[in-house]
Design a protein around this ligand. Structure first.
Ligand code: DAK
Length: 259
Protein backbone atom coordinates (compact mmCIF):
# COMPACT_ATOMS: atom_id res chain seq x y z
CA UNK A 1 0.00 0.00 0.00
CA UNK A 2 1.19 3.54 -0.75
CA UNK A 3 1.04 6.17 1.94
CA UNK A 4 1.53 9.92 1.83
CA UNK A 5 2.92 10.25 5.35
CA UNK A 6 4.21 6.80 6.27
CA UNK A 7 7.39 5.06 5.18
CA UNK A 8 7.41 1.31 5.66
CA UNK A 9 10.61 -0.76 5.61
CA UNK A 10 11.54 -4.39 6.37
CA UNK A 11 15.05 -3.96 7.77
CA UNK A 12 15.39 -7.56 8.96
CA UNK A 13 13.53 -10.86 9.12
CA UNK A 14 10.22 -10.50 10.92
CA UNK A 15 10.66 -6.79 11.66
CA UNK A 16 8.74 -3.90 10.14
CA UNK A 17 10.00 -0.36 10.60
CA UNK A 18 7.36 2.34 10.33
CA UNK A 19 8.47 5.96 9.96
CA UNK A 20 6.00 8.80 10.45
CA UNK A 21 7.01 11.31 7.82
CA UNK A 22 5.60 14.84 7.74
CA UNK A 23 8.79 16.92 7.66
CA UNK A 24 7.07 20.31 7.36
CA UNK A 25 5.43 19.92 10.76
CA UNK A 26 8.02 17.80 12.60
CA UNK A 27 5.82 14.74 11.97
CA UNK A 28 2.78 16.24 13.73
CA UNK A 29 -0.25 13.97 13.43
CA UNK A 30 -3.01 15.24 11.18
CA UNK A 31 -6.17 13.26 10.49
CA UNK A 32 -4.76 11.87 7.23
CA UNK A 33 -1.76 10.44 9.10
CA UNK A 34 -4.07 8.93 11.71
CA UNK A 35 -6.17 7.32 8.97
CA UNK A 36 -3.05 6.02 7.25
CA UNK A 37 -1.84 4.59 10.56
CA UNK A 38 -5.21 2.94 11.01
CA UNK A 39 -5.02 1.35 7.54
CA UNK A 40 -1.41 0.32 8.09
CA UNK A 41 -2.24 -1.44 11.37
CA UNK A 42 -5.24 -3.18 9.78
CA UNK A 43 -3.03 -4.49 6.98
CA UNK A 44 -0.03 -5.72 8.95
CA UNK A 45 0.67 -9.21 7.69
CA UNK A 46 1.69 -12.27 9.67
CA UNK A 47 5.28 -11.78 8.44
CA UNK A 48 5.66 -8.91 10.89
CA UNK A 49 6.66 -10.33 14.26
CA UNK A 50 7.82 -6.99 15.74
CA UNK A 51 6.86 -3.45 14.75
CA UNK A 52 9.20 -0.52 15.36
CA UNK A 53 7.73 2.97 15.12
CA UNK A 54 9.97 6.01 14.71
CA UNK A 55 9.89 9.51 13.24
CA UNK A 56 11.42 10.33 9.88
CA UNK A 57 14.34 12.74 10.06
CA UNK A 58 16.71 13.50 12.89
CA UNK A 59 14.82 16.00 14.99
CA UNK A 60 11.41 14.67 15.82
CA UNK A 61 9.52 11.50 16.61
CA UNK A 62 6.12 13.23 16.51
CA UNK A 63 5.70 16.86 17.64
CA UNK A 64 2.09 16.33 18.68
CA UNK A 65 -1.25 16.46 17.02
CA UNK A 66 -1.30 18.94 14.16
CA UNK A 67 -2.14 22.26 15.79
CA UNK A 68 -2.99 23.95 12.47
CA UNK A 69 -5.67 21.31 11.86
CA UNK A 70 -6.98 21.43 15.45
CA UNK A 71 -7.08 25.23 15.69
CA UNK A 72 -10.53 25.59 14.12
CA UNK A 73 -12.28 22.48 15.39
CA UNK A 74 -15.58 22.80 17.22
CA UNK A 75 -16.55 20.57 20.14
CA UNK A 76 -18.07 17.87 17.93
CA UNK A 77 -15.11 17.85 15.55
CA UNK A 78 -12.70 17.79 18.51
CA UNK A 79 -14.51 14.72 19.80
CA UNK A 80 -14.25 12.99 16.41
CA UNK A 81 -10.53 13.84 16.12
CA UNK A 82 -9.91 12.48 19.62
CA UNK A 83 -11.90 9.30 18.86
CA UNK A 84 -9.88 8.67 15.71
CA UNK A 85 -6.57 8.97 17.56
CA UNK A 86 -7.83 6.88 20.46
CA UNK A 87 -9.01 4.12 18.12
CA UNK A 88 -5.70 3.96 16.27
CA UNK A 89 -3.54 4.10 19.40
CA UNK A 90 -5.63 1.40 21.07
CA UNK A 91 -5.16 -0.79 17.99
CA UNK A 92 -1.41 -0.32 18.32
CA UNK A 93 -1.56 -1.10 22.03
CA UNK A 94 -3.50 -4.32 21.45
CA UNK A 95 -1.67 -5.57 18.34
CA UNK A 96 -0.77 -9.22 18.99
CA UNK A 97 2.93 -8.47 18.41
CA UNK A 98 5.45 -6.33 20.30
CA UNK A 99 5.62 -2.68 19.27
CA UNK A 100 8.76 -0.68 20.06
CA UNK A 101 8.76 3.12 19.91
CA UNK A 102 12.20 4.35 18.88
CA UNK A 103 11.81 7.96 19.95
CA UNK A 104 14.26 10.02 17.93
CA UNK A 105 13.56 13.59 19.05
CA UNK A 106 10.42 15.49 20.03
CA UNK A 107 7.64 13.33 21.48
CA UNK A 108 5.19 16.01 22.55
CA UNK A 109 1.44 15.79 23.11
CA UNK A 110 0.14 13.23 20.63
CA UNK A 111 3.75 12.13 20.04
CA UNK A 112 4.25 11.21 23.69
CA UNK A 113 0.83 9.53 23.56
CA UNK A 114 1.76 7.49 20.49
CA UNK A 115 4.98 6.36 22.20
CA UNK A 116 2.99 5.41 25.31
CA UNK A 117 0.62 3.24 23.24
CA UNK A 118 3.64 1.15 22.22
CA UNK A 119 4.83 -1.72 24.42
CA UNK A 120 8.33 -0.39 24.92
CA UNK A 121 9.99 2.99 24.49
CA UNK A 122 13.66 3.57 23.84
CA UNK A 123 14.99 6.95 22.83
CA UNK A 124 17.90 8.93 21.49
CA UNK A 125 19.84 11.29 23.71
CA UNK A 126 18.22 14.29 21.98
CA UNK A 127 14.67 13.08 22.71
CA UNK A 128 12.25 15.35 24.54
CA UNK A 129 8.94 14.29 26.03
CA UNK A 130 6.03 16.36 27.27
CA UNK A 131 2.31 16.97 27.38
CA UNK A 132 2.08 20.69 26.59
CA UNK A 133 -1.65 20.69 25.80
CA UNK A 134 -2.85 22.84 28.70
CA UNK A 135 -0.71 25.62 27.26
CA UNK A 136 -2.89 25.38 24.14
CA UNK A 137 -6.11 25.44 26.13
CA UNK A 138 -6.90 21.75 25.79
CA UNK A 139 -6.41 18.49 27.65
CA UNK A 140 -4.17 15.74 26.30
CA UNK A 141 -6.44 14.08 23.75
CA UNK A 142 -5.14 10.71 22.73
CA UNK A 143 -5.32 9.13 26.19
CA UNK A 144 -2.33 11.00 27.65
CA UNK A 145 -4.12 11.48 30.97
CA UNK A 146 -4.89 7.75 30.94
CA UNK A 147 -1.55 6.19 29.99
CA UNK A 148 0.98 8.61 31.52
CA UNK A 149 -0.12 8.06 35.16
CA UNK A 150 -0.14 4.32 34.56
CA UNK A 151 3.46 4.50 33.36
CA UNK A 152 5.08 7.05 35.65
CA UNK A 153 2.64 7.39 38.57
CA UNK A 154 0.00 10.02 39.23
CA UNK A 155 2.23 12.59 40.90
CA UNK A 156 4.74 12.82 38.06
CA UNK A 157 2.02 12.60 35.38
CA UNK A 158 0.07 15.42 37.02
CA UNK A 159 3.19 17.58 37.28
CA UNK A 160 4.04 17.01 33.61
CA UNK A 161 0.48 17.59 32.43
CA UNK A 162 -0.35 20.61 34.65
CA UNK A 163 2.93 22.39 33.94
CA UNK A 164 3.42 21.25 30.34
CA UNK A 165 7.10 20.85 31.26
CA UNK A 166 9.20 19.20 28.57
CA UNK A 167 11.60 16.60 29.92
CA UNK A 168 14.84 15.38 28.45
CA UNK A 169 15.84 11.79 27.74
CA UNK A 170 17.72 11.32 31.02
CA UNK A 171 14.70 12.35 33.07
CA UNK A 172 12.41 10.18 30.94
CA UNK A 173 14.71 7.28 31.79
CA UNK A 174 14.73 8.15 35.49
CA UNK A 175 10.93 8.23 35.77
CA UNK A 176 10.47 5.02 33.76
CA UNK A 177 8.92 6.57 30.68
CA UNK A 178 11.65 5.00 28.52
CA UNK A 179 13.65 1.80 29.01
CA UNK A 180 16.95 3.06 27.61
CA UNK A 181 18.66 6.07 26.06
CA UNK A 182 21.16 5.74 23.19
CA UNK A 183 23.27 8.10 21.09
CA UNK A 184 21.08 9.29 18.22
CA UNK A 185 23.01 7.40 15.54
CA UNK A 186 22.71 4.10 17.46
CA UNK A 187 18.98 4.23 18.24
CA UNK A 188 17.66 2.20 15.31
CA UNK A 189 20.43 -0.36 15.57
CA UNK A 190 19.52 -0.86 19.26
CA UNK A 191 15.82 -1.12 18.42
CA UNK A 192 16.63 -3.75 15.78
CA UNK A 193 18.80 -5.68 18.24
CA UNK A 194 15.93 -5.75 20.73
CA UNK A 195 13.49 -6.77 18.00
CA UNK A 196 15.75 -9.62 16.85
CA UNK A 197 15.72 -11.10 20.36
CA UNK A 198 11.93 -11.02 20.32
CA UNK A 199 11.71 -12.53 16.83
CA UNK A 200 13.79 -15.50 18.04
CA UNK A 201 11.14 -16.33 20.67
CA UNK A 202 7.73 -17.99 20.36
CA UNK A 203 5.25 -15.50 18.85
CA UNK A 204 2.13 -16.97 20.45
CA UNK A 205 3.79 -16.99 23.86
CA UNK A 206 4.81 -13.34 23.45
CA UNK A 207 1.28 -12.50 22.37
CA UNK A 208 -0.10 -14.23 25.47
CA UNK A 209 2.40 -12.34 27.67
CA UNK A 210 1.28 -9.06 26.13
CA UNK A 211 -2.37 -9.86 26.78
CA UNK A 212 -1.61 -10.95 30.33
CA UNK A 213 0.28 -7.75 31.11
CA UNK A 214 -2.07 -5.36 29.29
CA UNK A 215 -5.28 -6.82 30.66
CA UNK A 216 -3.81 -7.97 33.96
CA UNK A 217 -2.82 -4.43 34.97
CA UNK A 218 -6.50 -3.44 35.00
CA UNK A 219 -7.70 -6.48 36.98
CA UNK A 220 -7.56 -7.41 40.64
CA UNK A 221 -4.54 -9.51 41.66
CA UNK A 222 -6.63 -12.70 41.80
CA UNK A 223 -8.25 -12.03 38.43
CA UNK A 224 -4.88 -11.23 36.86
CA UNK A 225 -3.33 -14.43 38.21
CA UNK A 226 -6.27 -16.44 36.85
CA UNK A 227 -5.94 -14.75 33.44
CA UNK A 228 -2.22 -15.55 33.35
CA UNK A 229 -2.93 -19.15 34.26
CA UNK A 230 -5.43 -19.52 31.40
CA UNK A 231 -2.99 -17.98 28.93
CA UNK A 232 -0.19 -20.20 30.27
CA UNK A 233 -2.38 -23.29 29.86
CA UNK A 234 -3.25 -22.23 26.31
CA UNK A 235 0.44 -22.42 25.38
CA UNK A 236 0.35 -26.19 25.91
CA UNK A 237 -1.99 -26.46 22.93
CA UNK A 238 0.65 -24.91 20.64
CA UNK A 239 3.31 -26.51 18.47
CA UNK A 240 5.71 -23.82 19.70
CA UNK A 241 5.53 -25.14 23.27
CA UNK A 242 6.39 -28.65 22.04
CA UNK A 243 9.19 -27.27 19.88
CA UNK A 244 10.59 -24.96 22.59
CA UNK A 245 10.81 -27.69 25.19
CA UNK A 246 12.02 -30.37 22.75
CA UNK A 247 14.74 -27.99 21.57
CA UNK A 248 15.84 -27.34 25.16
CA UNK A 249 15.95 -31.05 25.98
CA UNK A 250 17.67 -31.81 22.66
CA UNK A 251 20.24 -29.06 23.31
CA UNK A 252 19.44 -27.26 20.07
CA UNK A 253 18.01 -23.91 19.05
CA UNK A 254 14.21 -23.80 18.79
CA UNK A 255 12.62 -23.08 15.42
CA UNK A 256 9.26 -21.53 16.23
CA UNK A 257 6.47 -21.43 13.66
CA UNK A 258 3.88 -19.38 15.54
CA UNK A 259 1.50 -22.34 15.61
N1 DAK B 1 1.38 20.99 14.82
C1 DAK B 1 1.55 21.66 13.64
N2 DAK B 1 2.74 22.14 13.24
C2 DAK B 1 3.80 21.95 14.04
C3 DAK B 1 3.69 21.26 15.27
C4 DAK B 1 2.41 20.75 15.66
N3 DAK B 1 2.20 20.04 16.79
N4 DAK B 1 4.91 21.22 15.86
C5 DAK B 1 5.74 21.87 15.01
N5 DAK B 1 5.08 22.30 13.92
C6 DAK B 1 5.61 23.03 12.78
C7 DAK B 1 5.92 24.47 13.17
O1 DAK B 1 4.75 25.26 13.13
C8 DAK B 1 6.93 24.84 12.08
O2 DAK B 1 6.23 25.12 10.91
P1 DAK B 1 6.69 26.35 9.94
O3 DAK B 1 6.67 27.56 10.80
O4 DAK B 1 8.09 25.98 9.50
O5 DAK B 1 5.67 26.34 8.84
C9 DAK B 1 7.70 23.55 11.86
O6 DAK B 1 6.88 22.51 12.39
C10 DAK B 1 9.02 23.54 12.60
O7 DAK B 1 8.77 23.87 13.96
P2 DAK B 1 9.57 25.01 14.74
O8 DAK B 1 10.07 26.04 13.80
O9 DAK B 1 8.70 25.46 15.86
O10 DAK B 1 10.81 24.19 15.28
P3 DAK B 1 11.60 24.40 16.62
O11 DAK B 1 12.75 23.47 16.58
O12 DAK B 1 11.86 25.85 16.87
O13 DAK B 1 10.60 23.93 17.78
C11 DAK B 1 9.03 22.40 18.82
C12 DAK B 1 10.21 22.58 17.81
C13 DAK B 1 8.55 20.95 18.70
C14 DAK B 1 9.51 22.65 20.24
C15 DAK B 1 7.91 23.41 18.45
O14 DAK B 1 7.59 23.27 17.06
C16 DAK B 1 6.67 23.16 19.23
O15 DAK B 1 6.53 23.59 20.38
N6 DAK B 1 5.67 22.52 18.60
C17 DAK B 1 4.38 22.28 19.18
C18 DAK B 1 4.51 21.16 20.16
C19 DAK B 1 3.20 20.90 20.87
O16 DAK B 1 2.62 21.77 21.51
N7 DAK B 1 2.74 19.68 20.71
C20 DAK B 1 1.49 19.27 21.28
C21 DAK B 1 0.43 19.53 20.27
S1 DAK B 1 -1.13 19.35 21.04
C22 DAK B 1 -7.54 16.07 21.59
C23 DAK B 1 -6.90 15.39 20.58
C24 DAK B 1 -5.55 15.49 20.46
C25 DAK B 1 -4.83 16.27 21.31
C26 DAK B 1 -5.47 16.96 22.27
C27 DAK B 1 -6.80 16.88 22.44
N8 DAK B 1 -8.96 15.94 21.77
C28 DAK B 1 -9.73 15.58 20.69
C29 DAK B 1 -9.53 16.12 23.07
C30 DAK B 1 -3.42 16.37 21.13
C31 DAK B 1 -2.84 17.52 21.36
C32 DAK B 1 -1.48 17.76 20.98
O17 DAK B 1 -0.72 16.91 20.65
Amino acid sequence: MDYQFLKVEQPQEGVTLLKISAPKSLNALNSTILKELDAFIDNIGSGTRVLIITGDGEKSFVAGADISEMANLNEQEGYAFGRLGDKVFRKIETLPIPVIAAVNGFALGGGCELAMACDIRICSDNAKFGQPEVGLGITPGFSGTVRLPRLVGQGMAKEMIYTGRVIRADEALRIGLVNAVYPREELLEKALEMAAKMVANAPLAICACKESINRGCDLTMDEAIELENKLFAGCFATADQKEGMAAFLGKRKAAFTGK
